[in-house]
Write a protein that binds this ligand. Structure first.
Ligand code: F6P
Length: 341
């Protein structure tokens, strides 16, 4: 078989582990040929690719980012993109394409699959918000990075008797905030699923200082917003792809809390550091398993599907089901974490 693989959307620790796994299983075990498109769908649309053999994937398991490059270009964003993709798949004699990506990439994968292309998706995102899979690789690494940062921030917050508002990634869902906040023992966790009331937040933080504690740590997802009418709040503008460009909920909250509490408050935006660097062992294993199962599914011609983790098993789910809705944090998880609701 001839298989094309690509990584699309925001990068994520573990992408290289999937690429390596696909090449090992396909080339070594099945005698396939694998090519890797550069910079996501852009590479398929521009026929920009290279051959991936064992040498090409040697030593990449622990490397962050993606050796293939990524971009946010999607076929439906380009005029005639779907037809161009179909033409290139046919010209290159590809029997399958394995796109590795998040919500946007999987929607594009579904579109191309519906147009008749042999697509087998692999989900990735540090945000952990893809429905139909219990976990996405990258999430564990992001939570580990954020937790370590929170542990470090506690000591400086305590030295200066400050409130630190730590903004983590999570455009639509609060999984990273919830898990890192729980792991580090944050004093409040704010997530997009549940708009916050700044007066309640100020009360919780204020009571902590009144009880003699010297600092407070608030973890907030970048996509968290106040309940309407509870705080002046500037929402983000849109970027070129129509995604919200976040203007810094931590910045706005630090000003508001400092005024309300008369305590020094500082914003800390962790940003892309959560996506960079080496994947955790958990993410390497999950990514490797996804790659292995993707190749097996391709050989069974189970196209229009996506690999998924259910419990401890890797299974396949239809792309149509996977992109239907995002996996949000359920209310019972807030209760466990004793969030400021
Ligand atoms: O989708 C993953 C994600 O990390 C989001 O949490 C974040 O909003 C976004 O990517 C940032 O992406 P970009 O690389 O476009 O700034």
């Amino acid at each position: 078989m001839r298989i094309g693989v690509l990584t699309s959307g925001g990068d994520c620790p573990g992408l290289n582990a999937v690429i390596r796994s696909v090449v090992h299983r396909a080339v070594v075990d099945h005698g396939d040929e694998v090519i890797g498109f550069h910079d996501g769908w852009k590479g398929l649309l521009e026929c920009d690719y290279r051959k991936l053999d064992l040498d090409a994937v040697s030593g990449i398991l622990a490397r962050g980012g993606t050796i293939l490059g990524s971009s946010r270009v999607r076929p439906e964003h380009l005029r005639g993109g779907v037809d161009t993709a179909k033409g290139h798949v046919s010209d290159l004699g590809l029997d399958a394409i394995i796109p590795i990506g998040g919500e946007g990439t999987l929607k594009a994968a579904r579109l191309l699959s519906d147009a008749g292309l042999p697509i087998l998706g692999v989900p990735k995102t540090i945000d952990n918000d893809i429905a139909s899979t219990d976990v996405t690789f990258g999430f564990d690494t992001a939570v580990m990075v954020a937790t370590e940062a929170l542990d470090r921030l506690k000591t400086t917050a305590e030295s200066h008797q400050r409130v630190l508002i730590v903004e983590v990634m999570g455009r639509h869902t609060g999984w990273i905030a919830l898990h890192a906040g729980m792991a580090a023992g944050a004093h409040a966790i704010l997530v997009p699923e549940r708009p916050f009331d700044v007066a309640e937040l100020a009360k919780v933080v204020g009571e902590r200082f009144e009880a003699g504690k010297k600092f407070a740590i608030v973890v907030v997802s970048e996509g968290a917003k106040p309940r309407p009418g509870t705080m002046d709040f500037t929402s983000g503008s849109k970027d070129v792809y129509g995604h919200e460009r976040f203007t810094g909920v931590a910045n706005q909250l630090s000003v508001e809390l400092e005024e309300r509490l008369g305590k020094e408050a500082r914003p800390v935006i962790l940003g892309h550091v959560q996506r960079g660097g080496t994947p955790t062992a958990y993410d390497r294993v999950l990514a490797t398993r996804f790659g292995w199962h993707a190749v097996e599914a391709v050989h069974r011609e189970q196209f229009g599907m996506m690999t998924a983790l259910r419990g401890t098993e890797i299974t396949l789910v239809p792309l149509s089901e996977a992109v239907e809705e995002l996996k949000t944090v359920p209310p019972e998880r807030y209760i466990e974490a004793e969030c400021v609701l």
